[in-house]
Design a protein around this ligand. Structure first.
Ligand code: SAM
Length: 245
């Protein structure tokens, strides 16, 4: 099956309904902020969110930092700008983008999962490194690692807004556990005034072991620290990576 990208293009209007910026994202951002404060070897005023999507993390992080966002998709950047008009946003690919400035901190959240091979994964961290000032911190959180991946895991998230009822059904599946990739398939059940429309998305994503994360981050030049993030039933490893030179 070919990859699609409706959620970040023609169906991007669904994104604000999937995950509340002021609860789920706020909780995660408090954790990110405390890691930055704990590990930074310089005052932290500026933060770059790479793969900022619709700007839900930015909405929370801008309380502490002056935030800039980068994302591949113009439709997502438009949402991020609407939510955060006082912040700056740029279109770019996390593997190659180079802005003309450096930051005290960088966040790489779930968008890193779109790095579906080792060279792309390593290139994304080189981008983070290139945008950090000496003493600054990258916070990166794997959505899944080889250790935490659950074959055929399926989540169902209903959401309602005005006359719109949407159910997001997300399934992850790894057809070949020997390689670095897995599949995410999403089913959108969209009822507008009760009329049903069904849409789908399908992505090839990257999954790497914790040892690969550690190795690639160290080879990029970072001093690597690890923490745990427990938002509910799941536990995530969070990497706080310091640029020491
Ligand atoms: C789940 S969304 C991120 C949501 C974000 N954490 C927020 O706060 O709203 C994933 C984002 O990764 C972006 N993305 C995927 N591949 C990318 C790449 N190569 N470079 C930059 N952004 C990318 C997508 O465009 C999408 O907006």
């Amino acid at each position: 099956m070919d990859d699609t990208c409706h959620l970040y293009t023609d169906l991007a209007w669904l994104w604000p309904m999937w995950g509340d910026a002021s609860s789920v994202y706020a909780h995660y951002c408090r954790h990110v902020t405390s890691l930055i404060e704990q590990h930074a070897k310089r005052p932290v005023n500026t933060l770059l969110d790479i793969g900022c999507g619709g700007g839900k993390n930015v909405l929370n992080l801008k309380r502490q930092f002056s935030v800039t966002g980068v994302d591949l998709r113009p439709t997502m950047l438009a949402q991020a700008r609407e939510l955060n008009p006082e912040c700056s946003f740029f279109q770019g690919d996390m593997r190659t983008v180079r802005l003309d400035r450096k930051f005290d901190a960088v966040l790489m959240d779930d968008a890193i999962s779109y790095m579906s091979c080792l060279p792309d994964f390593a290139a994304a961290f080189q981008t983070a490194y290139a945008h950090l000032k000496s003493g600054g911190v990258l916070v990166a959180t794997p959505d899944v690692t080889t250790e935490t991946f659950q074959q055929n895991r399926t989540s169902v998230t209903p959401a309602t807004r005005d006359a719109l009822d949407v159910v997001f059904v997300e399934n992850v599946y790894d057809p070949d556990p020997m390689d670095d990739q897995y599949e995410t398939t999403i089913l959108y059940l969209i009822r507008d005034h009760g009329r049903l429309r069904i849409e789908t998305d399908h992505w090839t994503m990257g999954v790497f072991s914790l040892d690969t994360w550690r190795r690639v981050l160290r080879e990029t030049g970072f001093e690597v620290h690890e923490g745990r993030y427990n938002p509910g039933e799941d536990e995530y490893t969070v990497f706080a990576c310091v640029k020491t030179r």
